[in-house]
Design a binder for this molecule. Sequence first.
Ligand code: ZN
Length: 289
Amino acid sequence: MKRTPQSQTPADGDARRAIKPVICYPVDTLPPPDMTAYAAARQSMELTNVVVVPPREAKTFRVPGGHFFRIVSVEGPQVGDLNLWAAKDLSERFYSGKTRALHGTHLSTGDRMWSGFPHMRPMATITHDTLDWYGFDTDGGSVHDVIGTRCDPYTNRLLSGQDYHHCCHSNLIRALATETGLPLHQAEAHVHDVLNVFMCTGFTHDTHQYFMKASPVRPGDYLECFAEIDLLGALSTCPGGDCSTAHSSDAAACYPLRVEIHRPDPKALVGWAPPTPSAYSRSHGSGGV
Ligand SMILES: [Zn+2]
């Protein structure tokens, strides 16, 4: 929200505003994902594992590099909050902010989920999105955002004075603690900003505040990714359900989400190799490492 301006517009104010924007991070220099190879690999894939996430909970799942995973809507419209880590190193995790800087506010087929520094490599590539027809609506909303963070008990406490224990942040912590054996407080340090799967969000035209509206997802819809490295994932079924009204409470109707792991024929992956971490020296101008 912006206050009423207290400073006078300078004489050349309109001219300054009229300067054309430039893209901060042009991605033309990035090697494009080989979508033809992924499409061929998809033809041979077989379902190897299914994890069902109950409403207002989270579950972890493991995906070997070179496999696909799908997040599938079942029973009713439901939003999911996704965290990703390198399977053997929780310090390498999904970097929502830099993914947003590279690919924009919402992800779809061909976009990649990048890990944070110093690794900074694609952890997963989106290979199919049954909601890609949605595009951007007249409110500026779209699906699968990397602009929200995850609902959490701290913001809820701040704004409502109430405690609620099934926010996505808490669900993800409990799931990671169960998977790793870490105490809750240690697991919490590894939970990070999410990909908001199936969530329909944007910024309001007038105040540029983060908004949500009913997800267009329906049972049978799915978001599918190719795991570029061995992954540990965690998915929370948001207590907001389809996020049409409220979250951080038991008020909304919530449904399960299904995670499917699919293995393609290894012969279909000839030419693919897990991406290597960033080659930056990490000297940061000091002359050493
Ligand atoms: Zn949530």
